[in-house]
Ligand binder design. Structure first.
Ligand SMILES: Cc1ncc(C[n+]2csc(CCOP(=O)(O)OP(=O)(O)O)c2C)c(N)n1
Ligand SMILES: [Mg+2]
Length: 280
């Protein structure tokens, strides 16, 4: 008897499909946080297809790794990954951002399977993750808590409280990611509030820190592997340098790309440009 053929899907292909899902949802509203979804797709591909344990048909399985999206406006990016992971059914693309949809523009835990926290008010995810990590440890759980936040959130004092307390409690079940796309609502992040040298600061706070090109999928995979396998009793953080609009050249070059409107005819062009850069 022949062995069953199991489809091997590369992480690069996962990232491509996550970007495509985000564009298809974006088209429903004609606008949104598209640049961010394109910049963080490689990181989400590795998180969901190269790192985390979860059961697509049982999103609340107690043994799952948790993914806390702190930057709630990145919900479109996370939905795109949840579709690819089979946690959300594909037919819901069309409902993105509409009344009564399970896919609001900002992440809402009570609406969406796989959305572990509600977002919108920035700077909250890391401290919520600290609480989740403490709770899981008390229960003797081996699950990890992953949390993604953005470089604009480094402006928030609560992030630095989270950084300090996670190290104090030696949370080796915490893997944070910060998306350094050097962009926030009012301009380039480093001009709004300087945070460099970021690696030195995070190390001084007691974290195991890696900094990678967040659009280099092999580098991201390697960083996640290191973060999971480290034996030190420290929280882990991956600083991900990313490019807004990644994968769609005319969106990569767009200025003021925090929240973009894309003209009706441009969605097809965006999908074609993405397809042209698809890797085997
Ligand atoms: C506590 C809080 N302050 C301000 C805002 C308004 N706000 C929404 S998105 C955003 C920019 C945050 O920076 P970042 O996530 O790095 O921006 P992006 O990379 O998505 O452009 C701001 C200030 C908010 N949602 N919550
Ligand atoms: Mg940013």
């Amino acid at each position: 008897m022949n062995a069953p053929v199991i489809e091997e899907v590369t992480l690069a292909e996962r990232a491509y499909r996550i970007r495509r899902n985000a564009l298809l949802m974006g088209e429903v509203q004609g606008q949104g946080y598209i640049g961010q979804a394109l910049d963080i797709a490689d990181v989400l591909a590795v998180a969901y297809f190269g790192a985390m344990n979860y059961r697509p048909d049982d999103p609340e399985w107690e043994g799952r790794d948790r993914f806390l999206l702190s930057n709630g406006h990145y919900a479109i990016a996370l939905y795109a990954a949840l579709f690819e992971a089979g946690i959300l059914p594909q037919e819901e693309f069309e409902t993105y951002g509409s009344d009564d949809s399970r896919l609001p523009m900002s992440g809402m835990a009570s609406y969406t399977p796989g959305m572990e926290m509600s977002g919108g008010s920035l700077g909250q995810g890391l401290t919520i993750a600290v609480g989740r990590c403490l709770g899981l440890k008390r229960k003797g759980s081996k699950s990890f808590v992953y949390t993604l936040f953005s470089d604009g959130e480094l402006d928030e004092g609560s992030i630095w409280e989270g950084l300090m307390s996670a190290a104090h409690w030696k949370l080796d079940n915490l893997i944070a990611m910060v998306d350094v796309n050097n962009q926030q609502a009012d301009g380039p992040s480093t001009q709004i509030m300087s945070f460099e040298p970021l690696v030195d600061k995070l190390e001084a706070f007691g974290w195991y820190v890696q900094r990678v090109n967040g659009n280099d999928i092999d580098a991201v995979k390697n960083a996640f592997d290191n973060a999971r396998n480290l034996e030190d009793a420290k929280p882990r953080i991956i600083v991900c340098d990313t490019q807004m609009g990644r994968g769609v050249p005319f969106l990569e070059q767009r200025e003021k790309n925090h929240f973009i409107r894309v003209d009706a005819h441009e969605w097809q062009l965006a999908l074609q440009a993405l397809e042209a850069g698809r890797q085997a």
